[in-house]
Design a binder for this molecule. Structure first.
Ligand code: WTA
Length: 654
């Protein structure tokens, strides 16, 4: 096994819930009992309790044709109605849905009634532009309320959105627009980042430029542009429309239609082991059931009094499930913050918590580790006493960061939930239930009620206790329904290893208490600051540069970001003279940022003469990782040329 994250379950710290927390907790041990008696019936109960069905379902799960799952498939619902109108109809229209904080310090408080009104208008705008059920709409926006409005308006019409993270390049955006065949793109002039306006519209213009090779310019008929940055933008007459003009002109009323539970809700692209990102497809009823269930029980949510804040961008799955859909389906009040944690000062997050009296904070270990580095004196300057629950997601949280989070941010009082899940799983799968489970730093712990997982060896046999590969053994409501346009890749990636058990791609360990520890990816996917990046995708960006003959990329462990991108490149003979006259590393780093996006920019680039390969020509990344992490080189006996590591090793100086 090739796990990338070293972690030992060292001294046994456990943190039982306080009696006060336990007595008042939303979740109780009865959930585990109910789910273990009748797993499928348990999910049917959750779906009925948590959601409004326009047409009640009579069938809960159809798993007769794995890996194609259908949940609640004769039921009908409207996802946006569930997130908006019904809260207004039940008398909670005046409750704040979003406390939005712009990076420069401007802010807006938006009630459920206001958000519902905006989404109705936006749905009418989209209808006017020809968007219908089944269409795809690309969304490329900063963290502003319009991002949520746009997602829900698309959902309200039974169309599917494809949100593309604003940090992705024009090329990445174009590839996603093409793959999904989007009809419309919703973007902004720009958004605030690190104290200045970062433009977005130019990337959309570049992505839609006719180039002959890809069809984006044919499918996209309009671009809706939100005004946020107030930066100058180019304008294509007839194609581009200001959001505020269209909204002002739109009809205010809109009746939501009911759509089948299995109607597509969104496509979200994520990195896989090949260079091409996968469009993970999620549908409506099962997805919304599990995000609402987990958001309520894992975060101990009391919608009438909590102020919840998930720091993820809507461009990632965490932003879909735990900013857009989960909190709104549950009628929660939440904070949405546009900018970076250190602008204009490094206490910005804590200032926001103090300002809005945030009670539940959900963030990533990489953020916690950066705050740890800066020191506790920064959060200590703010009043964080409103916090009562902390969550972690995206990568393994090392026990040191867990303990710091609990001690410094949670005043030794708050439970911490370490939540394991993926873009593909749609919602949280493994986590403690606060008030029920004792928390153990570093371990994501136990599958949630209604979820069945196992840790198996390469042959698929349960390890019982010990290390192996994580699988999900039974279908779950929010599971991916496919890879957009690539059924074969869907079967191959997740279902060809262990039959009808889902292979997650993560290594895991089960300890003596039966708790699960996640050990990192076992495939060629890296996890940098909680973002998934593919080694193959970065390698192909690198070889697209005229300097590069060959490239190999590895994820090397990094104190702050979990892993960091480290690239080894061989320069073409014919380019050597040019390359020597340039700062090759800087040139290639910015080339990757331009091709994929700044998040993929390698931390280190090493120019080497050779790459270590097996006799069959496969690059031995394990050895490169040893080098990048400054370790003793492991076993080299399977190399075609056993001298090569010595040659490379001599060159690599950090
Ligand atoms: C990793 C993010 C350990 C894991 C929601 C998974 C985690 C990948 C945890 C999915 C956790 C996520 N502990 N590892 N609590 N949460 N991961 O699709 O490797 O961006 O496969 O979804 O992140 O990343 P994705």
């Amino acid at each position: 096994m090739d796990s990338q994250v070293e972690q030992t379950p060292h001294e046994k710290h456990v943190f039982p819930p306080s009696p006060e927390f336990r007595d008042a907790a939303v979740a109780g041990p009865d959930l585990y009992a109910a789910a273990s008696t009748d797993r499928v019936g348990f999910w049917a109960d959750q779906a009925r309790e948590l959601l409004h069905w326009h047409t009640p379902f009579s069938r809960t799960l159809d798993w007769t044709n794995p890996p194609v799952a259908k949940w609640f498939d004769d039921g009908e619902l409207n996802v946006a109605y569930n997130c908006l109108d019904r809260h207004v109809e039940s008398g909670n229209g005046e409750r704040i849905a979003l406390y939005w904080e712009g990076e420069p310090g401007d802010s807006r408080a938006i009630t459920y009634a206001e958000l519902t009104a905006d989404v109705k208008r936006a749905a009418n705008v989209l209808t006017e532009l020809g968007v219908e059920a089944g269409d795809r709409v690309a969304i490329y926006l900063p963290m502003i309320p319009e991002a949520i409005v746009a997602m829900l308006a698309v959902a309200r019409l039974g169309a599917a959105h494809s949100v593309v993270f604003g940090g992705f390049s024009a090329d990445s955006l174009r590839a996603r627009i093409d793959d999904a065949g989007a009809k419309l793109v919703i973007t902004a002039d720009g958004g605030w980042r690190k104290g200045k306006v970062s433009a977005l519209k130019p990337a959309v213009d570049a992505a839609l430029e006719p180039r002959g090779d890809l069809p984006a310019q044919d499918t996209v008929t309009n671009v809706l542009v939100v005004r946020r940055g107030e930066n100058e933008v180019g304008w294509v007459e007839g194609r581009d429309i200001w959001w505020h003009d269209a909204m002002a002109a739109a009809e205010p009323e809109h009746q939501p239609l009911a759509f089948p539970a299995e109607n597509p809700l969104f496509i979200l692209y994520t990195s896989g082991t090949t260079g091409k990102p996968k469009g993970i497809l999620h549908t409506s009823g099962g997805y919304l059931t599990q995000v609402a269930f987990t958001h309520r029980n894992v975060f101990d949510l009391r919608p009438e009094s909590d102020v919840y804040w998930c720091t993820a961008d809507v461009g990632w799955v965490t932003g879909h499930s735990y900013v857009a859909y989960g909190p709104l389906a549950n009628g929660a009040t939440q904070v949405l913050y546009e900018g970076t944690p250190d602008t204009p000062h490094s206490g910005r997050w804590w200032e926001i918590i103090e300002k809005y009296r945030v009670t539940i904070l959900y963030t990533a270990p990489t953020a916690i580790r950066s705050f740890m580095k800066l020191g506790r004196q920064i959060p200590e300057r703010f009043d964080l006493s409103s916090l009562r629950l902390l969550g972690s997601v995206g990568e393994p949280i090392n026990p040191e960061a867990w303990l710091w989070y609990r001690h410094v941010i949670g005043a030794d009082r708050t439970p911490i939930v370490d939540t394991w899940w993926q873009t593909e799983t749609g919602a949280i799968m493994i986590s403690a239930l606060p008030g029920v489970t004792e928390a153990k730093p570093g371990s994501a712990q136990v599958p949630l009620p209604g979820i069945s997982v196992d840790v198996v060896d390469d042959a698929g046999t349960s390890v019982g206790q010990g290390d192996g590969l994580l699988v999900v053994t039974e279908p779950w409501p929010s599971m991916l329904r496919g890879i957009w346009g690539d059924e074969e890749r869907f079967r191959e990636t997740y279902w060809s290893t262990f039959g009808d058990r889902y292979f997650a791609g993560d290594g895991a360990r089960i300890d003596e208490d039966g708790d699960i520890w996640l050990l990192g990816r076992v495939d060629d996917v890296m996890n940098v600051s909680g973002h998934r990046l593919s080694t193959a995708e970065i390698e192909s960006a690198l070889v697209a540069h005229h300097f590069t003959a060959e490239a190999a990329v590895v994820g090397a462990s990094d104190d702050t970001t979990g892993q960091a991108v480290v690239a080894f490149v061989i320069i073409k003979e014919s380019q050597k003279a040019d390359a020597e006259a340039t700062d090759v590393a800087a040139e290639l780093r910015s080339h990757v940022a331009k091709q994929i996006g700044a998040i993929a920019r390698p931390r280190d680039i090493y120019v080497v003469a050779e790459l270590p390969k097996t006799r069959s020509g496969k690059i031995m990344r394990r050895l490169l990782r040893d080098l990048a992490e400054g370790r003793e080189i492991g076993d080299t006996t399977t190399l075609a040329d056993t001298q090569v590591m010595r040659i490379i090793g001599d060159k690599v100086v950090r």
